[in-house]
Structure formats: structure tokens, C-alpha cells
Design a protein. Structure first.
Length: 540
């Protein structure tokens, strides 16, 4: 009996040590329950933003056909501030996702609302909406004359494409109607999607926006479902990744466009860089998983995901090689992935990977109870499946996902957005927004950077990046997120795990379209605000 007791205690101890995340949404005040079932299968985007500049990241939850929510962070506890900030103005909007960015450089981050606008199938009959943040106290609808075209907009991404200091906006436009082709027996055997042109809005000094997608050859009609402005070639301007759903059926696959600044054009390099692919593309996650100083990209799908490793002269899919393709839930039943998020869960200096999963009711061959995946990076670019041990393996219908440090302990936490659908309701799964607190052992050091732009660098510094060279020769690079995942956006604070290092050395800040700033050394365990003029101060 004594032997059995010792063995049981040891198992409990191992289980406790292995536990990395705890779901705490209700515990910290995020208790909203959807008042019914959602007829829309995409969306549920999550946006992280600091609405009142108090240093505590807040959460915007895209509600789909139900009201969206603003969760205001009160030092680790959240309150529903939706009405307080005037966001009930979008209650009639079918919000799929949102992206935050200070479009007028007044020091307060604003919100662009991406919505399904075209009836009768699922639309709200509204164009998309830009919400101006009024001194951190309220949001109001502005520049309606700039956004008049109704569409089915699942998401967007901010980025300054011409390096004039003002954020521009790319918006993906989705399906208008889906038909079918039939075999000789009258059975539907393929989709025939009819899709809408994407939009690129050029910012006129914060006074207006103009749709220039056609001039830049970015009005692609390939069922756009995800996008990301990102500097994939490290040349200090913002390039564009566009993911298209239904690529296998309409022959319009994923794209990567290189910004030719100072020329006012983007060049499609999808074929020459081996990026082009046709599948059910759902989301894009940037992150340098192999610490070589170049951003790689995780692309999600119904079935086999892709991990596109960046060689500058081309991309190579290594997802299957590294066992992070997550193609099947079991046997031949497909798994459905939405947001793939890279972040350093253990602060050991490498990028781990979280994949938000969720059932798609319109597909016959995908799993109903599809569990999230979480992979730990071993520091050499290899991954180990820790989905069960991390307790991130929920099987609810998750879509959007984002990272933030909601409790200021230096370890990144996870938020996931959820669609409330019929089958998961019958399975009695808890279908609501989830906040997973990172409960790592907290033995590793870390450092964070909040970048502030001025002059010809946008205030939120979206598109700027920080690089740290580690003692072991590894290079860490992180970019301020303007929108990624599936219709989502993570914190604009850049967190770096340092492992046993007590300070960060050889820090390089690449100010978008501007000069590079070198910092020799900073102490760990702190988040620093760094301004373009060189001023550095500790936030916490």
C-alpha cells in the first residue's frame, strides 16, 4: 500500500509540474455567455489593445451576430466596458474581427471593425466601421465616407505601406455566394465559390482613407480569409501575406507580395518564393521558430497546416517534418485549425506554437470535438506536443487567438475566441471566450518593449521590430503586430524570453522606414517604453 501511495503522489507531482496554463476567464471577470447559436462559422476574432494607455492590455471580443465586448483590464481583473466606451453603437454589426491602430497619431489606438455586410445569407447590410478612440475614454464612428463599400469582411491588418508615418489598412473580402458542382448521380462533389475583391485603404494623414487596391493590384478575388502586413525580407518596409479560402476549388491560392517602396507598388512573388498553395487557408502566424533572425509563417487549414520557413530566397514547408501539421484528429477524420500563434511560453528564448482548433459545421469530414494543439520548442527548432500536459487542449469551437500578459508577471497568456454552434452545444462544451493564464514555473528571465513612434513612424510602431542576439548565438526577432492569426491581433508589447540571462544585450530596434537604434544592455524582468527619439523608461 505504501508503494502505491508513493507512486500516486509522484504522478500527481509530475502532473502539477507539467501543468502550464489555467483557464481563468470567469475567475477574472470575463463571464459573457452568448445568448444563442451563431449562424456564422468564421470570425470570433480577438484583439488586444490598451484603450486608456494605463499600461494594462485590454481585450476586444468580436461577437459575430451577437454583441461584441470590450473587456477593460483593471490590474489583472476585467470589467465589461462595452457600453461605457460607446461600443453598443456596433450592436447591429455582425463583427468578425477587429484590428487596433492609431490611424491619426494622436497617441490613442483606434479600432477598425471588420463585418459580414452582405445579405441575405449572413450579412448585416452595413459597411465596415472605423472607431476613433477619444482620449482613452470612448469610441466614436468616424470617416464613414471613406468606408462605404459593403462586403463580407472577416478581418484586416494595419501597416504603413509608404512609410509616411500613417497607418494604411488592408481588408480581406470573403465569399459572396457558394455554389456546387455535381457528379453523374446528382451528388455535390465540389464547391464553386464566388468571392469579392479585397480592399487597400491608403491613409491621408489621418484625415481620410482612399481605396487603392486596384492601383496596387491587390484587389484579388480569391476568397480572402486572413492577411498580415509583415516585413518578411528584412528590408525595412511592410510586405503583405494574403490567405485565400477554397483555393483548391477556384484555383486562387495564397499570395505573398513584396513592397517595392519607394515605388508605389507590390510585386507578387508567390510562385518564385514557393509560397503559393491552394487549400482552405484560415489564418497566418508570424514567428521566428528557428532563431535565425528571419520571420517564418504558420498557415492553418482544414487538414494539413503549413510551416513556411523563411530562407529569404524562398519558403519551404517543414510542418510535416517537425510534426506540427496537425492534419488529422484521428485516423482519416480531418482536424480544423484557425489561429496559429507563436510565442515563448517558457521564456527560454525560443518560439513555441499554439493552434486554435474548432469544428466547422458545413464540412462533413472534420472532427466535432477538435482539441487545440500546443507544441514546445526544444531550442533547436524541433517541437514536442504538450497539448494535454499544458491543459490547452479544449475541444470547443475556437477561432481567433491572441497573446498578452494580462497580469504583468512577464509570461504571455492566451485568449481565444469561440463560435457557439449547434453540435458543440449538444456536446455540452463551455462555449465562451477563454483566457488561459500562463502558469509556467517562472524561473526564466524575460524583457519587454513598448515602442512609441513619431515623425514618419506611426505612433503604435506597427511594423517595427526588435532583435536580440543571445549569448548562445541565437537571434530573436519580433515584430509589432498589425493583425494576424484568424481575424485577431496580439499585444503590441514585444516580449522576449532570456532563459538564464539576467540582462538583454545587443538589442537592435528597427524603426519602420527609419534608422536602426542599437541598445547595448538592459536589465531583465521589466517592460521598457522606447521612443524614436531615443528616450527609454521602465513601464513596470
Amino acid at each position: 500500500m505504501r508503494k502505491l501511495t508513493i507512486t500516486f503522489s509522484l504522478l500527481v507531482s509530475i502532473s502539477t509540474i507539467a501543468q502550464k496554463f489555467t483557464e481563468v476567464s470567469n475567475q477574472v471577470g470575463i463571464d459573457y455567455q452568448y445568448p444563442g447559436l451563431d449562424v456564422q462559422e468564421i470570425g470570433a476574432g480577438i484583439t488586444i489593445l490598451d484603450v486608456n494607455n494605463d499600461g494594462w492590455d485590454d481585450i476586444f471580443q468580436a461577437g459575430g451576430i451577437f454583441p461584441s465586448k470590450l473587456w477593460l483590464n483593471k490590474k489583472g481583473k476585467f470589467i465589461d466596458a462595452t457600453n461605457e466606451y460607446g461600443l453598443n453603437v456596433i450592436d447591429s454589426i455582425f463583427v468578425q474581427g477587429a484590428v487596433s491602430g492609431d490611424f491619426d497619431n494622436d497617441g490613442y489606438t483606434d479600432l477598425f471593425i471588420a463585418n459580414m455586410g452582405i445579405p441575405p445569407h449572413r450579412g448585416d447590410n452595413h459597411p465596415p466601421i472605423l472607431l476613433k478612440n477619444v482620449k482613452g475614454k470612448a469610441f466614436k464612428v468616424v470617416l464613414q465616407n471613406s468606408f462605404t463599400q459593403k462586403g463580407n469582411y472577416p478581418g484586416a491588418t494595419w501597416g504603413d505601406i509608404n512609410n509616411d508615418g500613417f497607418l494604411d489598412l488592408f481588408v480581406v473580402n470573403y465569399v459572396e455566394e457558394i455554389g456546387n458542382t455535381f457528379d453523374s448521380l446528382g451528388n455535390a462533389n465540389a464547391y464553386t465559390p464566388f468571392c469579392l475583391p479585397n480592399q487597400l485603404f491608403l491613409n491621408n494623414s489621418g484625415l481620410s482613407f482612399k481605396n487603392v487596391a486596384k492601383e496596387f493590384n491587390l484587389d484579388n478575388e480569391g476568397c480572402g480569409l486572413a492577411c498580415c502586413f509583415t516585413d518578411f525580407d528584412n528590408d525595412n518596409d511592410i510586405d503583405l501575406i494574403l490567405l485565400n479560402d477554397f483555393g483548391h476549388f477556384n484555383g486562387i491560392g495564397n499570395r505573398i507580395y513584396r513592397n517595392e517602396f519607394p515605388k508605389q507598388q507590390f510585386i507578387d512573388l508567390s510562385d518564385s518564393l514557393n509560397f503559393y498553395d491552394e487549400f482552405y487557408a484560415m489564418g497566418v502566424g508570424p514567428g521566428d521558430f528557428n532563431n535565425d533572425g528571419k520571420l517564418d509563417y504558420y498557415l492553418t487549414n482544414i487538414g494539413r497546416n503549413r510551416l513556411m520557413t523563411n530562407q529569404l530566397n524562398g519558403f519551404f514547408d517543414v510542418a510535416q517534418k517537425l510534426n506540427v501539421d496537425t492534419q488529422f484528429h484521428h485516423e482519416s477524420v480531418l482536424s480544423t485549425s484557425w489561429s496559429g500563434i507563436f510565442f515563448d511560453a517558457e521564456n527560454d528564448g525560443d518560439q513555441d506554437l499554439f493552434v486554435a482548433k474548432g469544428y466547422l459545421e458545413s464540412m462533413e469530414s472534420n472532427a466535432v470535438l477538435d482539441q487545440n494543439k500546443f507544441f514546445i520548442n526544444d531550442g533547436n527548432g524541433n517541437f514536442e506536443d504538450r497539448s494535454i500536459l499544458s491543459q490547452l487542449n479544449d475541444s470547443i469551437v475556437q477561432r481567433g487567438a491572441a497573446t498578452l500578459d494580462y497580469n504583468h508577471d512577464g509570461y504571455l497568456d492566451l485568449v481565444t475566441g469561440v463560435i457557439k454552434d449547434t453540435r458543440s452545444e449538444l456536446a455540452r462544451t463551455s462555449q465562451k471566450i477563454k483566457l488561459y493564464r500562463n502558469d509556467s514555473d517562472k524561473q526564466n528571465n524575460w524583457i519587454g518593449f513598448k515602442l512609441i513612434g513619431s515623425e514618419n513612424v506611426n505612433s503604435d510602431c506597427i511594423g517595427c521590430s526588435v532583435t536580440i542576439k543571445m549569448k548562445n548565438g541565437a537571434i530573436q526577432i519580433k515584430e509589432v503586430d498589425g493583425g494576424s492569426g484568424h481575424n485577431s491581433q496580439s499585444t503590441k508589447v514585444l516580449y522576449f524570453g532570456l532563459g538564464e540571462q539576467k540582462c538583454a544585450k545587443n538589442i537592435s530596434i528597427q524603426w519602420l522606414g527609419n534608422s536602426e537604434q542599437e541598445i547595448k544592455e538592459l536589465k531583465s524582468g521589466r517592460v521598457y517604453e522606447v521612443k524614436l527619439n531615443g528616450k527609454i523608461k521602465k513601464i513596470y
